[in-house]
Design a protein around this ligand. Structure first.
Ligand code: FMN
Length: 318
């Protein structure tokens, strides 16, 4: 299965630069990464939020990382594209999938999908001037899964470098099942290289989904790989069998914590992001709820460190 291309889906609040770098040090199988979305790219030459580690090429691999923007303003997208290009990036991605009401109600993220005219006007202007690869991530719709039918002919007018479809609607948030059959039915009508995203949580579910969506061979992994960071290696069947899984998982969690702590100058605010990760990672263990109970209420660094040691000592991984 080595011919598949796997990417790590962006998660606001989890998959920031420290996460991506630590992940890469500990696990294989991921070919491509995306930043969680940027917003508010202001008019000045070098927007402040594009100056930090999250995008600085000294901390990121411009060849395999695609910065993502959440915007409906073509001028802002062009500013973002230009600055990313100056930093050495090869591609940007537009988020047309974010389902959170605060975003979607303003016709941003997947909230733009019911408005094909606005999508067309925006892309017309973007492709007038853009000089870097431009990809899109979207859902089937915001209110209903037919919205994408009017959007695909618009996407097809432009040379998108890829189209990532997460086949849910915005109103579902992350609940219910991804509609793999609908993705399959849409695939032949799409010109751009197509990427499937949604509900890949195990090698079995990957096999089931990839059988349905074939000949699509590009997949974005989401909550499944946060829960089981070995997932991409397992899908590609390239896990080194001699290394102990528990030890690898333990080292990863410790390394990420230390890295975050270092970046945060020792502040306990790192616990927020670590707990967010544990809300998925607990599923790597035989007793996820026992793991979560040990972690969820902790607000003190030492208590967190002790809880992690106890988890790895007492609870076997799956
Ligand atoms: C807390 C959270 C934050 C997310 N942040 C982003 C984001 O910044 N950009 C994006 O494209 N997707 C974001 N996503 C969506 C995931 O990348 C992914 O598309 C989604 O979880 C569906 O894939 P899955 O079913 O494999 O988990 C986020 C999801 C969650 C739950």
């Amino acid at each position: 299965m080595n011919q598949v291309v796997l990417s790590l889906g962006p998660f606001q609040g989890i998959t920031d630069a420290p996460f991506r770098n630590v992940f890469k040090r500990h696990f294989g199988g991921i070919d491509k990464f995306y930043t969680p979305f940027f917003t508010g790219i202001h008019k000045e030459e070098h927007a402040k939020n594009l100056q930090g580690e999250e995008i600085d090429p000294r901390y990121n691999d411009v060849e395999t990382l695609t910065p993502q923007i959440l915007s409906t303003d073509a001028e802002e997208i062009l500013r973002f594209a230009k600055q990313c290009q100056q930093l050495g990036y090869k591609e940007i991605n537009l988020n047309m999938g974010c389902p959170f009401p605060r975003v979607a109600n303003k016709k941003r993220g997947c909230g733009l999908l019911p408005y094909p005219d606005k999508v067309e006007a925006m892309l017309d202007r973007v492709f007038d001037e853009i000089d870097i690869k431009f990809s899109v991530k979207c859902r089937l719709g915001y209110f209903n899964p037919e919205e994408i039918d009017a959007i695909i002919p618009i996407f097809n007018k432009y040379p998108l470098s890829e189209l990532i479809i997460h086949p849910r609607i915005g109103k579902q948030l992350y609940k219910g099942e991804a509609d793999v059959e609908r993705f399959k039915a849409l695939a032949p009508s799409i010109n751009a290289p197509l990427v499937y995203n949604g509900d890949i949580v195990s090698v079995d579910s990957f096999q089931r989904i990839s059988d349905v969506v074939w000949p699509v061979t590009q997949f974005m992994l989401g909550r499944g790989i946060l829960a089981n960071p070995f997932l991409a290696e397992q899908i590609k069947n390239d896990t080194a069998p001699t290394l102990d899984k528990t030890k690898r998982l333990h080292n990863y969690v410790l390394d990420l914590y230390e890295d975050r702590l270092h970046h945060a100058g020792g502040s306990p605010k790192v616990l927020g992001r670590m707990k967010e990760l544990w809300s998925y990672l607990m599923n790597s263990f035989e007793e996820p709820q026992v793991v979560w109970r040990k972690i969820k209420k902790i607000n003190v660094l030492k208590e967190y460190e002790d809880a992690v040691e106890a988890i790895f000592k007492e609870i076997p991984i799956k």
